[in-house]
Design a protein around this ligand. Structure first.
Ligand SMILES: *Cc1c(COP(=O)(O)O)cnc(C)c1O
Length: 380
């Protein structure tokens, strides 16, 4: 176990080992069962997982796939997004959100976020939609991101999208398990993409993802696309697809993890509450919007002199990370993409101030206290 200069154990950002110990051999046994039945691709656990995810989210159809990126890509392929199409995405997000749009040949159109919840600002989206047509693009859809675990403002984005004939694909890579009022993640927009990357709130032991939708035809097309565009019979290819299936072993891992997922979400919430009371006088603490819950994929504070704070945490043996230091419109790969006319100033200022602290369901109160004292020391 790595330790700091005073020989203390480091406080890690996430602790997957603690989760595995809690599941007490369950995951190892689940993997072993797959090794024994040998149906490694689209084995029985995959269908079982899709059913469970449907029950948990309330979505009518769940199609698992090879990653969160593929989940976004598959939906864009299914809806035929391509050259000449503008797809509105926040600039303050992980690269994959805009990357999948660019990969299908469509244009990612950058929108600013709100400093309150880090998520797409409806006012910026509205301005962007207004000018997109002037630049010769056809506004097609919007991909709000549920950053750090909290659903975006779908209640404002959905009507705006409907008025302008845009589809809504939620990037819920960080938010599976969260809700807004009675609505659960998986039921916002026409489709929702999530990721099971190991460090996400619901993660497997490799790459994985899923799409949630109430549209049976979309679900059917997604099942075809994730298997090379296969038709109803074995050697029948009716569209151009990808190899985008979730491995059976990963489905088996996820089924085991779902047995404790609800409790884990509650445990994350308790850490977030304890952090909020200990940190609100020291740094900008994240807030959930009225009616929304977060699954706290990250606990992201805002601090002046962020890099100095980070260095103090490091010396105190407290891990931290910066999600995201550079908004996408300032990245070389995306610097030519169009953007909302009002600018992307909130995203730029957040990128300079944000700092994500350790959060996971097995973070002891002792370790939480170390995080709190390290932050206090850093900003004093
Ligand atoms: C992790 C993530 C993705 C991509 O998921 P992968 O499973 O890593 O492909 C997409 N969008 C956001 C916001 C993410 O955090």
């Amino acid at each position: 176990m790595p330790s700091d200069s005073r020989g203390r154990r480091r406080v890690p950002l996430v602790d997957l080992g603690a989760q595995r110990r809690r599941l007490d051999g369950g995951i190892d046994r689940a993997i072993r069962r797959v090794l024994e039945h040998g149906r490694f691709v689209l084995g029985p656990e995959v269908g079982e997982l899709e059913e469970r995810l449907g029950q948990l989210s309330g979505a009518g159809h769940v199609v698992t796939c090879a990653s969160g990126s593929d989940a976004i890509l598959l939906v864009l392929l299914a809806w035929g997004a391509g050259p000449g199409d503008a797809v509105f995405v926040p600039t303050f997000t992980f690269a994959a959100t805009a990357e999948m749009v660019a990969l299908v040949g469509a244009t990612p159109f950058f929108v600013d976020v709100s400093a309150e919840d880090f998520n797409m600002a409806a006012a910026s989206l509205s301005e962007a939609v207004e000018v997109a047509a002037d630049s010769g693009l056809r506004p097609r859809g919007v991909v709000p991101v549920d950053l750090f675990g909290q659903p975006a403002a779908y209640e404002a984005i959905e009507p705006l999208a409907a008025e302008n004939g845009l589809w809504v694909l939620g990037d819920a890579a960080q938010s599976f398990g969260a809700r807004f009022g009675e609505r659960r993640v998986g039921t916002f927009g026409q489709a929702t993409a999530t990721s099971f990357f190991p460090s996400k709130p619901l993660g497997c032991y490799g790459d994985g993802g899923a799409v949630f939708t109430d549209d049976p035809e979309l679900a059917e097309v997604l099942r075809s696309l994730r298997e090379h565009g296969r038709g109803p019979t074995r050697h029948d290819y009716v569209r151009v697809g990808i190899n985008g299936r979730l491995d059976t072993i990963q489905a088996a891992v996820l089924l085991e993890k779902l047995s404790v997922f609800g409790e884990e979400v509650e445990a994350r919430q308790r850490v977030a509450e304890r952090y909020a009371s200990g940190l609100s006088a020291l740094v900008g603490v994240p807030r959930t919007r009225a009616g929304a819950t977060s699954v706290w994929a990250q606990y992201t504070v805002q601090a002046e002199q962020r890099d100095r704070v980070r260095a103090v945490l490091e010396a105190e043996g407290v891990s931290s990370a910066v999600y995201y230091p550079v908004p996408l419109h300032l990245q070389p790969a995306y610097s030519h993409a169009p953007r909302a006319p009002g600018g992307l100033a909130v995203s730029e200022s957040l990128a300079a101030r944000v700092l994500s602290l350790p959060i996971h369901p097995y973070l002891s109160e002792g370790d939480q206290d170390r995080v709190l004292s390290a932050v206090a020391l850093a900003v004093r």
